[in-house]
Design a protein around this ligand. Structure first.
Ligand code: MCN
Ligand code: CUN
Length: 783
């Protein structure tokens, strides 16, 4: 029975793949409208410069160029600046100064895409170079080059944020038997979705209605932002329709509002024609929002026997020229205070300072759930540093310290209430699966022969599912989410939700939740997202929040339907509702299994034979405000071999044990973990974006920004434990980012473990062959 329904726990094949694998997905660039114009953007070659003049005359002479837009043209419309999600503001186009390389400087609108590009090439900008600051530590020093002249505050400090018990933590450190300290830099990286960002904006002058198709993870929030930013131009929220069609990967990079979107909307309002802007690959990698860029200094205090006691962390966050991060308003450093991880620290204190630099806006994306990757990497690296200091096995040290399963719900010293967990079970399973004890023996034998092999563990705790509205809002909009379910007379179902898949498989998994609750086969359930004219309001998909929040809304909306359906079933069965029960996906008269009604029969009756006095129809809406976040966790173990000649790190095995509570679709979750692990491998060994002293991007193309391919990616081995969330309607936690959060520390720990006997204690990621070879040479261990 259960298999036919395709309910919770079934590996139902992804419904959306029918179109994806046939090349029939519908992406923004597939939208073609009559009379559509194309927009392209001229970008700054310099990281900091005064704009003395922009000469657009040659561009305007090119046949097919319809308009050129500069910052000065936007001033009368008050559109030259826009608000960011972090209550900062960002230039749409500069009027006098550019603040980073690849910043938007002017836009060309033309009848064809290539004509627009020619127009961009013909724009002549006279720049006067200004001093550049790319290092946030230097940027915060007195006398540093000022990045943001527009601000009242005349320095590069954005905000200071702290949490925890400072005095108590300082005292714990003073009294501690053992203190380890580690500085870590988590470099700037960039998501590289298959599809770049883009928009088609179409303004209907007669109706005053704006329709936009865009690559956004949060269509409803974007609609509200457009209404707030452009309300003075007559764009009211009921006359704005945002459609987020199929998206070829988002990973956080499609949360922010980019100037290109605003320019395309502005151009459509000005010309009355539809305008398309599709970013090219270089623009995507050089100018879109960046992730990480955290300079962290972390200390851990412990007893000699290994008992962890206190944690103290100081961080400088490089946000580039505008604070355009996509964090909840209350938390400028995201959920970085999950940094206490899987351990019951008595005292902790964390402080973060944000800095402006002449770099593109950073601080958002890359499968991170709001700075959780930075936190997990730091604590899991630090635990290994402590293990080394105490000469303890890192697995044993973790087992000794884990928050015990009996302690949940557990409130961390930085204030988060972890819903559920069993960390020891996950680590034991990972150790059994990989054969930990045997590997340690093998390592010892290899070491004796001079061969380099390392084993690394990461037992991370994630925090996902923003969020309870008491803690979470973006620009005041509370982070709830929604579902609307309609059961049609013939028992087929339409589900609309406020989140938006970018490849995660929502059309399948949200159908499965409804299938389970209503006993209707998943094949008969259509799931729709991403159209603000039809879907209920929601905050979108990021921070692995769809299952924790919209998943809760979906289950509750379905249960509301079931409650009404029960009354109709009782009416049909001529029984008292109290004598009717929901069993085996049917309504049955208690104790009389032969007297039953299916949901399909009830649905038909809801429109044809419902009880007198009851409203017709069978539908429900739920706006779900979760009581808490969900705290998925996992234990990863990585085995590496290092080539003493080249310094190359080879991942021999990687076992990932994940726990995301109740699993809706095991196959989809495994896919999420495979993808997530690969995106965790990427920054650990390969990806990094750096800038030279003049603010020139190093690594702005795939020639030197190294994405792992199938060649570099090992064969991931996965396993699971299941510790349901006690507060989620179906016990599910989010999982979309877990593997990216957990993997880097396991890999880095494995590499350091391989070199620890040489005296190596830490290596900053990405751990490139060049770095390893240098270390081997320094220690006389190179071949
Ligand atoms: N799922 C499940 N059982 C659970 C938890 C999740 O079956 N206990 C399923 C979900 O129903 C959903 C998928 O797994 O189909 C991911 O669910 P969830 O963890 O709720 O995450 P979201 O759907 O909110 O997706 C967001 C998350 C984030 S924040 C990034 S970044 C990321 C990720 O998902 N970006 C992705 N995975 C991605 N996968 C693809 N293909 N493309 C992206 O851009
Ligand atoms: Cu931070 S990447 Mo996901 O939350 O969209």
């Amino acid at each position: 029975m259960a298999v036919e329904i395709g309910g919770i726990g079934q590996s139902v094949k992804r419904k959306e793949d029918a179109r994806f694998i046939r090349g029939k997905g519908k992406y923004v660039d597939d939208v073609k409208l009559p009379g559509m114009l194309y927009l392209d953007i001229a970008r700054s070659p310099l990281a900091h410069a005064r704009i003395k003049n922009i000469d657009t005359s040659k561009a305007l002479k090119i046949p097919g160029v319809v308009a050129v837009i500069t910052g000065k043209d936007l001033v009368p419309l008050n559109l030259h600046w826009m608000p960011t999600l972090m209550s900062d503001k960002q230039m749409v186009l500069p009027t006098d100064t550019v603040l980073y390389q690849a910043q938007e400087v002017a836009a060309v609108v033309a009848t064809e895409r290539y004509i627009a590009a020619d127009g961009v090439d013909a724009i002549e900008v006279d720049y006067e170079p200004l001093p550049v600051v790319v290092d946030p530590i230097k940027a915060l020093q007195p006398g540093a080059t000022l990045v943001r002249e527009d601000r009242e505050q005349k320095d590069n400090h954005i905000w200071h944020w702290e949490v925890g018990d400072k005095a108590g933590t300082d005292k714990a450190f003073k009294d501690a038997e053992v203190v380890v300290k580690q500085d870590l830099y988590i470099p700037r990286i960039h998501v590289s979705s298959i599809e770049t960002c883009g928009i088609v904006a179409s303004f209907d002058k007669v109706e005053g209605k704006l329709t936009v198709w865009m690559t956004t993870q949060a269509p409803h929030a974007i609609r509200t932002v457009i209404a707030l930013v452009a309300g003075h131009l007559g764009l009211a929220e009921h006359k704005i329709r945002v459609i987020s069609p199929d998206i070829g990967g988002g990973f956080g990079g499609k949360v922010p509002v980019y100037p290109g979107y605003v320019l395309a909307i502005g151009a459509s309002v000005l010309t009355g024609a539809p305008v398309k802007w599709i970013e090219d690959r270089a623009e995507n990698i050089q100018a879109d929002s960046f992730a990480r860029d955290y300079h962290i200094s972390a200390e851990l205090a412990a007893k000699k026997d290994g008992t962890m006691q206190a944690l103290r962390v100081k961080t400088i966050a490089d946000h580039g020229a505008f604070d355009a991060a996509a964090n909840p308003s209350k938390y400028p450093a995201g959920l970085f205070h999950i940094i206490t991880g899987s351990y019951p620290f008595q005292k902790s204190f964390v402080e973060v300072d944000g800095a402006y630099t002449n770099k593109p806006p950073g601080g958002i994306a890359y499968r991170c759930s709001f700075r959780v990757t930075e936190a997990a990497f730091t604590i899991e690296r630090l635990v290994d540093v402590l293990a080394l200091e105490l000469k303890k096995d890192p697995a044993e040290l973790r087992m000794q310290n884990f928050i015990p399963p009996t302690a949940f719900p557990y409130t961390s010293s930085l204030g988060w209430e972890y819903d559920s967990g069993d960390y020891g079970r996950a680590l034991r399973l990972a150790m059994d699966k990989i054969g930990y004890a045997e590997l340690r023996k093998e390592q010892a034998a290899k070491r004796a022969k001079g061969e380099l092999m390392g084993i690394g563990i990461s037992s991370f705790t994630e925090i996902v599912g923003a969020g309870p509205s008491k803690n979470f809002d973006i620009l005041g909009i509370k982070m709830f989410d929604s579902a609307e379910i309609r059961v049609h007379p013939t028992g087929k179902v339409m589900v609309r939700i406020g989140v938006k898949s970018q490849g995660q498989g929502h059309e399948t998994t949200f159908g499965q939740i409804v299938a389970e609750e209503l006993g209707i086969p998943v094949a008969d359930i259509a799931v729709e997202e991403g159209d603000t004219d039809t879907a209920p309001y929601g905050l979108g998909t990021y921070a692995s929040r769809s299952t924790p929040v919209a998943g809760g809304a979906t289950a509750i909306a379905a249960r509301k339907i079931r409650e009404k359906a029960k009354l109709i079933a009782a009416h049909l069965l001529e029984a008292d509702p109290d004598d009717v029960e929901w069993k085996d996906y049917k309504f049955q008269v208690k104790g009389v299994p032969t007297k039953s009604k299916t949901m399909q029969e009830v649905a038909f009756a809801a429109y044809t034979n419902h009880p007198q006095g009851m409203e017709a129809g069978l539908e429900a809406v739920d706006y779900y405000d979760p009581p808490n976040l969900t705290f998925p966790f996992g234990s990863y173990i990585c085995v590496v071999d290092i080539d003493r000649g080249t310094g190359e790190v080879k991942i021999r095995r990687f076992v990932a044990v994940d726990d995301c509570g109740t699993i809706i679709n095991p196959m989809i979750v495994e896919g999420q973990i495979h993808g997530g692990l690969t995106m965790g491998l990427a920054p650990a060994l390969y990806e990094q974006i750096t800038y030279d002293e003049q603010g020139n991007i190093q690594g702005g193309t795939f020639m030197d920004y190294l994405l792992p391919t199938a060649m570099e990616t090992p064969s991931w081995e996965t396993a699971k434990t299941t510790t349901p969330s006690p507060h989620h309607p179906i016990g599910a936690k989010g999982v979309g980012e877990s593997a990216t959060v957990g993997a880097p520390a396991a890999i880095a720990n494995a590499v350091v473990d391989a070199l620890a006997h040489l005296g190596v204690r830490h290596i900053d990621i990405p751990i490139t062959p060049w770095k390893v070879q240098k270390i081997l040479k320094e220690h006389g261990a190179a071949e």
